[in-house]
Write a protein that binds this ligand. Structure first.
Ligand SMILES: *Cc1c(COP(=O)(O)O)cnc(C)c1O
Length: 227
């Protein structure tokens, strides 16, 4: 898909979702999930004016984004994939928002690097609402305690929560669960909703939707087109 057409369609769908939910369209940020999307395609999306992108891997982002950011300095870069402790230095240097805080050792590394680099990326805690062993995230019943520790033990300001519901099955219970955990912890940011379910996520309070395929087409096709 032409990323500019895809972007326009998804932006319209986000606006329509907000309208139907009775929400201000400015309360939802569209994070264009751009893993595997080659730089020249990203350049088109940037030229069309889009400024918020999400990457899954620190390494890939590090190879694609510095040159693009030089040309488009006001771009906001989100890390939406898992973060290994040995990538924290690069992640703090490159990303404006990290969606995948999920364990004490990572908090410790983030605290250290943020002080070292005098940078303060916005931070979200990932909740593993589906209790899937292959996914990152804190278990729902551990979330309150972990959020407390982020603040009290590590001095980290956590802005909100993120979830990636299981691929199969209804998404409502997952979105509702993270919304409840956020509400009782006084958190305002909810990163939830992808290509298949972002209108529902908006209805359920998402402030950030992470959309890839509906903007850029299937990832295999994007990679092939770049060859
Ligand atoms: C790839 C990805 C998305 C976007 O998924 P699509 O189904 O392509 O919209 C959202 N969140 C995360 C964490 C992702 O890795």
């Amino acid at each position: 898909m032409d990323p500019v057409t895809g972007l326009e369609q998804v932006q319209q769908a986000v606006a329509e979702g907000c309208r139907q939910a009775g929400r201000d369209p400015r309360s939802v940020t569209l994070v264009a999930a751009s893993k595997t999307v080659p730089p020249q395609v990203l350049e088109n999306a940037l030229a069309a004016g889009h400024r918020v992108f999400g990457e899954n891997q620190v390494q890939e982002a590090k190879s694609k984004w510095p040159a693009l950011l030089d040309r488009h300095p006001r771009t906001e870069l989100h890390l939406i994939g898992p973060l290994q402790s040995n990538k924290v230095r690069d992640a703090v240097a490159l990303f404006d928002v990290i969606h995948s805080v999920d364990r004490p050792s990572l908090c410790a590394a983030l605290t250290r690097e943020c002080a070292q680099q005098e940078r303060k990326p916005r931070l979200l805690v990932q909740v593993n609402t589906g209790r899937e062993s292959q996914k990152g995230g804190i278990l729902p019943e551990d979330a309150d305690g972990f959020l407390g520790a982020c603040h009290d033990m590590y001095g980290l300001d956590i802005e909100g929560l993120m979830c990636i519901p299981p691929f199969d099955g209804p998404k409502e219970p997952h979105f509702a669960l993270v919304a409840r955990i956020a509400a009782r912890n006084g958190l305002r940011t909810l990163s939830m909703g992808m290509s298949g379910d972002f209108p529902l996520a908006i209805e359920m309070g998402a402030t950030h939707v992470r959309v890839g395929t509906a903007i850029f087409g299937s990832r295999a096709a994007a990679v092939k087109a770049a060859r």
